[in-house]
Design a protein around this ligand. Structure first.
Ligand code: TYD
Ligand code: MG
Length: 466
C-alpha cells in the first residue's frame, strides 16, 4: 500500500511546501504552516490525467441563454447591491468584521424571503438556536417562516438540505465554522474552509438555491481562510462601517451577475438594520455648515449620487516632515492636490500638518473629489468658511486645470434636492441647472484651481500670501 503522503500548507497564503517550517517562505508569517494529508482536498485528482474522465460536448458562444432568475428580498438596499436580487443557483459570500451586523442582515433577508412565501433556511454554526431566536425576537421577525438549524458539519448540512423542500435561500453563518469529513485539518483552516465552500457552491449550482456564506474578515482585511473562497463564489459582498457610527455600507466587490459599484446603506438600530434610502441626508446630517475646512462633495456611488462632507485641518507643523493623515481618501491623491496648490496657485501649504477626513466613514475613490478636497484644504488654511449652500465636484489636472467629470446632471439634481444653491465645478453649462420638482441650483464654472483659490481668498478679504 502506498504510504499516505502529507504536505504542509500555510494557513495565511495557502502556499504548499514539502517540509514543515516555522515561518512561511512565501508570505513571511510565523506559525501558519500545518500538515495536511495530500490525498484530500483540492488537487487530489486521479493519478493519470485522463483516468475516469468523460468528454463533454463543446459548443458555441451563440445560442440559447437563460436569464439568471433572481429573487428580490424586498430589502431595497440589499437588492441594489446584488443587482436586483439573489440569483438562483449562485453562491454569495458576505464578508465583514465581527459584530458589524452580517448575521442580522442575513436573518432579516431570510425572514423577508420567508414572508414572500419562499423557502429560506438559516443554518447557524456560531450561535445556538436560542440565540438566533432571541435575535429574531429583537428584529421582530419571529413569525417569519424561516427554517432554522444549528450545525457545522457539511455532510450533515447537505443531507438536511436534501431532505428539506428545495430551498430558495440557504444562509450559512459562518464559513469559518464549517468542517467536512473529507479533510482532516481543523475547522477554520484553509483546506476546511475551501473544501466546505466548494461543497456548498456545488450544492447551489445543483439545487438552484442561492447559498449565502458568511465570512469573517481578519484584521488585515482578508477573509480568514484566506481569500480562496472569493474565487469560488459568484458574488462577494463586504459589509463595512465603523463601530462608532450607526450606519453600515454593503458593497459588492465581485458580482458575476451585476455591477460592482453599487452600495447599500443601512443604519443599525435597536430593532435591526434599517434601510437608508437617502444616504446624502445621513452623511450630511451632523455637518457644521459654518465651520472652516469643510466642503460638500457631490459624489457618485454606482448609479446613485451621494453627497458627503470632506473635512480638512491644516495646522502649522512642529516637525521637519509634516504629518499627513487621511481617512476615507487616497493619500497619493492628497499629495497631488497639495503639489498643484503649491505650484500653480501659489498657496504655501506643504509645510503644514494636514488631516483629511471623509465624514461618516465613507471611502471615496472618485477623482471627482479633488476639487472638494482642495476647497476644504484652502478653507482651513486661510481660516474662512466656504459657502454653506455650495457643493464641489471636479477632477484636478496636474496643470492646475479642472476637468469635467461624468454624471454632472445627476450630481446637480441630488444637490438641489438637498437644498444646495450653488455648484462649483467645470464643464457644465454655467447658469441654472434645473432639477426635478422645480428646485434649481446655479452652476459656478471654475476654469482652474486658481479660480477656486481666488474665490476663497476674496471671501477672506485678503489675498493668500505668496
Ligand atoms: P451581528 O449581526 O451579530 O454581527 P456579525 O454577525 O457581523 O458578527 O451584529 C452584532 C451587533 O449588532 C451587536 O454589537 C449588536 C448590534 N445589534 C443592534 O444594534 N441591533 C439589533 O437589532 C441587533 C440584532 C444587533
Ligand atoms: Mg454573526
Amino acid at each position: 500500500m502506498a504510504r499516505q503522503k502529507s504536505r504542509f500548507v500555510c494557513q495565511n497564503c495557502a502556499a504548499v511546501t514539502a517540509q514543515w517550517a516555522g515561518r512561511c517562505e512565501s508570505c513571511g508569517e510565523w506559525n501558519t504552516i500545518f500538515e495536511e494529508a495530500a490525498q484530500s482536498g483540492i488537487g487530489a485528482g486521479p493519478k493519470s490525467a485522463t483516468a475516469g474522465g468523460r468528454p463533454i460536448a463543446l459548443t458555441t458562444l451563440a445560442g440559447a441563454t437563460d436569464d439568471a432568475a433572481r429573487i428580490a428580498t424586498g430589502i431595497a438596499e440589499l437588492d441594489r447591491v446584488t443587482g436586483g436580487g439573489f440569483v438562483q443557483g449562485s453562491a454569495v459570500l458576505v464578508g465583514g468584521d465581527p459584530g458589524i451586523g452580517k448575521s442580522t442582515l442575513l436573518l432579516q433577508a431570510a425572514a423577508a424571503m420567508g414572508k414572500m412565501g419562499k423557502n429560506a433556511i438559516y443554518i447557524s454554526g456560531e450561535e445556538a438556536i436560542a440565540q438566533v431566536r432571541l435575535r429574531a425576537q429583537r428584529l421582530g421577525v419571529m413569525d417569519a417562516p424561516v427554517a432554522l438549524g444549528a450545525e457545522t458539519n457539511v455532510e450533515t448540512i447537505l443531507a438536511t438540505l436534501q431532505a428539506a423542500d428545495p430551498p430558495h435561500l440557504v444562509v450559512l453563518d459562518s464559513i469559518q465554522t464549517l468542517w467536512t469529513d473529507r479533510v482532516e485539518s481543523a475547522p477554520g483552516t484553509v483546506s476546511q474552509v475551501r473544501t466546505s465552500a466548494q461543497a456548498m457552491t456545488r450544492f447551489a449550482k445543483k439545487s438552484g438555491a442561492t447559498v449565502v456564506l458568511v465570512g469573517h474578515v481578519t484584521k488585515d482585511g482578508q477573509i480568514a481562510g484566506p481569500r480562496v473562497v472569493e474565487h469560488m463564489v459568484d458574488a462577494v459582498l463586504y459589509f463595512e462601517g465603523d463601530g462608532s457610527h450607526q450606519y453600515r455600507i454593503l458593497r459588492a466587490v465581485k458580482n458575476r451577475y451585476g455591477a460592482t459599484d453599487e452600495i447599500g446603506v443601512f443604519e443599525m438600530a435597536a430593532d435591526g438594520l434599517r434601510e437608508v434610502s437617502n444616504p446624502s441626508a445621513l452623511f450630511l446630517n451632523q455637518r457644521d455648515a459654518g465651520a472652516t475646512g469643510s466642503a460638500v462633495f457631490a459624489g457618485m456611488e454606482g448609479t446613485r449620487p451621494v453627497l458627503v462632507e470632506i473635512q480638512a485641518l491644516v495646522s502649522p507643523s512642529p516637525l521637519g516632515t509634516p504629518r499627513r493623515a487621511v481617512v476615507g481618501w487616497d493619500t497619493n491623491r492628497l499629495s497631488m492636490v497639495l503639489a498643484v496648490l503649491e505650484t500653480h496657485c501659489g498657496v504655501r501649504i506643504a509645510a503644514n500638518d494636514i488631516y483629511l477626513n471623509v465624514a461618516g466613514g465613507l471611502r471615496i475613490t472618485e477623482p471627482a473629489a479633488d476639487l472638494a478636497v482642495a476647497a476644504a484644504l484652502v478653507s482651513s488654511l486661510v481660516d474662512v468658511a466656504l459657502p454653506a449652500d455650495g457643493v464641489y465636484f471636479g477632477e484636478i489636472s496636474l496643470s492646475g486645470g479642472i476637468r469635467p467629470v461624468a454624471h454632472g446632471p445627476a450630481r446637480l439634481r441630488e444637490a438641489a434636492k438637498l437644498g444646495f444653491a450653488t455648484a462649483m465645478t467645470a464643464g457644465m453649462t454655467a447658469g441654472m441647472g434645473a432639477a426635478e420638482g422645480g428646485a434649481a441650483i446655479s452652476v459656478r464654472e471654475l476654469n482652474s484651481l486658481g479660480d477656486l483659490v481666488a474665490q476663497v481668498a476674496a471671501a477672506k478679504g485678503a489675498a493668500v500670501q505668496n
